[in-house]
Ligand binder design. Structure first.
Ligand SMILES: NC(=O)c1ccc[n+]([C@@H]2O[C@H](COP(=O)([O-])OP(=O)(O)OC[C@H]3O[C@@H](n4cnc5c(N)ncnc54)[C@H](O)[C@@H]3O)[C@@H](O)[C@H]2O)c1
Length: 287
């Protein structure tokens, strides 16, 4: 049967290493695969590109995967301009063939995969009467199916190494209402959280940790494309999101990247199956 049976493999506890000395690069010698790591702009970065750059700044060899070749190339160029190590790959995370091919290439190119970072996600505004079934299914495939597919192909690689960390980018919308009419988005991101928990527990004895980050209101390029339609202008959107944030500001893609790197690093080696809000405390606040 072609499935990973947790019961048939080595179930001894995985021993952990010493922490790195202060100032050491946390991802030196590690291979990090960032799905949705591209960016189309030099202005407001995407969450994915900020994460890719941040891993590279800490010594990782980063493979930036994006369905738009130019976006992946853009992030890779930024990383290389800082002296970092990165390569680009073109794949749509909703295509099983694409994901399988990218993981296979990454494995043969680098010999291992230490971190899988799942950044791809897209909001879809609309209540059920406004949506087609195809819209709904596409949203599920993008936000949830993508995590299933990347994990399907990366987990066996990590299991054979007996080490690895997975970070899934969820959303505050998975934990609570954010006021936007996007049930496909919130439902799919909630499912990402529970997929994260299940995989975390099933693979803990394989030396693999799986965690999620739930960003709140982040000032990334995505909101100008996908959220601003809910406001009279982009400026009105910015003001409203800043006002609703307990800190008085939106987060930045770097805030999301910093939390992700912590969860992927050995500093978090006893942290598994959490969904970490990165939202300035918004998840604790009433609307
Ligand atoms: N900005 C926010 O306020 C906010 C809040 C909560 C969660 N998030 C989450 O952050 C993540 C995205 O943030 P971002 O700023 O990087 O977004 P983004 O839309 O800029 O996407 C980054 C990259 O992903 C690529 N991509 C999109 N669909 C793809 C696909 N099917 N296959 C491969 N690549 C694909 C895009 O081409 C782009 O280069 C999502 O998971 C989103 O749900 C954002």
């Amino acid at each position: 049967m072609n499935h990973v049976s947790v019961d048939l493999v080595d179930r001894r506890p995985v021993m952990t290493g010493e922490l790195l000395p202060p100032g050491a690069m946390r991802f030196d010698g590690k291979v990090v695969l960032v799905f949705g790591g591209g960016s189309d702009s030099d202005g407001v970065p995407s969450n994915g590109s900020a994460a890719a750059v941040a891993y590279a700044r800490e010594g990782a060899r980063v493979i930036v995967v994006d369905r738009i070749e130019a976006n992946a190339a853009h992030t890779v160029a930024n990383i290389r301009s800082e002296g970092g190590d990165a390569a680009s790959a073109c794949a749509d995370v909703t295509s099983e063939g694409d994901v399988m091919a990218v993981v296979e290439d990454a494995k043969s190119f680098t010999g291992r995969i230490d971190v899988l970072h799942n950044n791809v996600g897209s909001t879809l505004m609309g209540l059920p009467p406004d949506l087609t079934l195809a819209d709904w299914n596409k949203s599920m495939a993008t936000n949830l199916g993508s995590v299933f597919l990347t994990c399907k192909y990366v987990l066996p690689v990590m299991a054979s190494q007996r080490s690895g960390a997975i970070v899934n980018i969820s959303s505050l919308a998975s934990l609570r209402d954010t006021g936007y009419p996007y049930p496909a988005y919130s439902a799919s991101k909630s499912a990402v959280n529970q997929l994260t928990v299940t995989l975390a527990l099933q693979y803990a004895r394989h030396g693999i940790r799986v965690n999620a980050v739930a960003p709140g209101f982040i000032d990334s390029a995505l909101i100008y494309r996908e959220i601003s339609s809910q406001y009279s202008s982009p400026e009105a959107m910015r003001r409203a999101r800043e006002e609703r944030s307990p800190t008085g500001r939106m987060g930045t893609p770097w805030d999301v990247a910093n939390a992700s790197l912590f969860l992927a690093s050995d500093a978090a080696q006893f942290i598994n199956g959490v969904v970490l809000p990165v939202d300035g405390g918004q998840h604790m606040r009433s609307l």
